[in-house]
Design a protein around this ligand. Structure first.
Ligand code: ARG
Length: 410
């Protein structure tokens, strides 16, 4: 009888290589490996595919997800200026639903009953994979081998791999846990687990040490069309190409490093280092254009939505109805976000130095203190009288009543 099938999110590393064999031996399943190209550093995905097949996968699909990632995920992340806990631009949290989408499609294509991933039981990524898969197809059963098996250390896994003929990845084991894609790179574990330890210089690969960055500043202009970057210095490019170029420009100027303690979903605080040069620079520029083009109350309200959106996506709710509804709001706000922003990089900093747009709500006549002033200052007095009236009435009352513990009583 033909075996049931499982689709595995495969990276080529030790964990997921052991997963292939383990799913065969322990669960008696045929394994279809899916390798996602999401803009991560790698030594050739054909090699990774070969390893999956050597290990015993019946099929290995290498999917280039970069365009979909940029156009369907990173457009929305930019519209939301998304930064979890006001810092982390959601690098891994954005790729998990994308990969899940491919896993579910592949499961449908091959008639697989199961999907498996190689996440541990302590992180956020297991939650993101599983909530996404469940939302996309509630009938699929999920297997998380790393949560089930009894292999506690890397050495345990190596021993198991050797015993069961799993070709062990030739790359030297890294002292960190790393996840990266177009939007940035996350580095955890090892010496970083002591929050007082300085991040070793060699953890970073996308960014130059700011102290070693060029002595001359780099200034560029980014053009946005309906909220999405479409050109650098007037040269039109796909959003994907812009993100890649921004990683290069911002990264070589030492911009985009983050060292933070963050609150994982499962209740643990962890020390995380990131580098996200392109993402953070694009968010800076995008915010600057919004400051000029969004009506005041829309901007104020949007800041709340941004915060909630980032938390929701961090927490694995990409495919939730609430996130979907928020996207509808965010998309409305981006319709007139067309214009140009100039930014300057210098030794680890990124500064906005100018912006212009046909949809600018900045009115020179209203803003200027020069002769061209069109603002009606006579209206200011009445405005302040009414705006302050409620507090004034309250202050008068407390004074007559002799209440002495309020902020108003001198
Ligand atoms: N802490 C980050 C997040 O939850 C990064 C996770 C990175 N994953 C990894 N395997 N290193 O989004």
């Amino acid at each position: 009888m033909a075996k049931d099938k499982v689709v595995l999110a495969y990276s080529g590393g030790l964990d997921t290589s052991v997963c292939i064999k383990w799913l065969q031996l322990e669960k008696d399943l045929d394994v279809i490996a899916v390798v996602g190209e999401v803009g991560q550093e790698h030594e050739g995905l054909e090699e990774v595919k070969k390893r999956a097949l050597q290990t015993g996968a019946i099929e290995c699909i290498v999917a280039d997800m970069r365009d979909v990632f940029a156009d369907e995920y990173l457009t929305k992340a930019l519209a939301a200026n998304a930064q979890f806990e006001n810092k982390y631009p959601l690098v891994s949290a954005l790729s998990r639903p994308l990969i899940s989408q491919y896993l579910v499609d592949t499961a449908h294509k091959f008639g697989a009953k199961y999907i498996a991933h190689g996440c541990t039981g302590k992180g956020n990524d297991q939650v993101r994979f599983e909530t996404s898969i469940q939302a996309l197809d509630p009938s699929i059963e999920i297997i998380a081998p790393v949560r089930e098996w009894d292999l506690h250390t890397r050495d345990d896994e190596m021993d198991w791999a050797e015993k069961h003929g799993v070709p062990v990845p030739t790359t030297k084991s890294k002292p960190y846990s790393i996840d990266d894609n177009l939007w940035g790179r996350a580095i955890e574990c090892g010496v970083l687990e002591d929050p007082m330890n300085r991040p070793p210089l060699d953890i970073y690969t996308m960014t130059t040490d700011p102290e070693k960055a060029p002595d001359e500043a780099t200034e560029i202009e980014i053009t946005f069309k309906e909220g999405v970057p479409c050109a650098i210095d007037g040269e039109e490019m796909s959003y994907l190409a812009i993100i890649e170029k921004m990683n290069q420009i911002a990264g070589s100027n030492g911009y985009g490093r983050i060292d933070m303690i963050e609150n994982r979903m499962i209740g643990v605080k962890s020390r995380e280092c990131y580098e996200a040069p392109g993402a953070l620079a694009l968010i800076e520029a995008h915010r600057a254009l919004e400051d000029m083009c969004l009506e005041r109350e829309v901007l104020r309200y949007k800041l709340h939505i941004e915060h909630d959106w980032a938390t929701l996506v961090y927490n694995g709710q990409w495919f939730s109805p609430l996130k979907h509804a928020m996207d509808a709001f965010l998309s409305t706000t981006q319709k007139c976000l067309t214009g140009v922003v100039r930014i300057k990089f210098y030794k680890g900093s990124c500064t906005v130095t100018g912006r212009r747009s046909d949809f600018s709500l900045y009115d020179y006549g209203l803003a200027t203190y020069d002769a061209a002033d069109t603002f009606n200052r006579d209206a200011a007095k009445g405005f302040i009288d009414l705006y302050g009236l409620s507090n004034k009435v309250w202050a008068q009352n407390r004074r007559t009543q002799g209440v002495t513990d309020g902020p108003h009583v001198g």
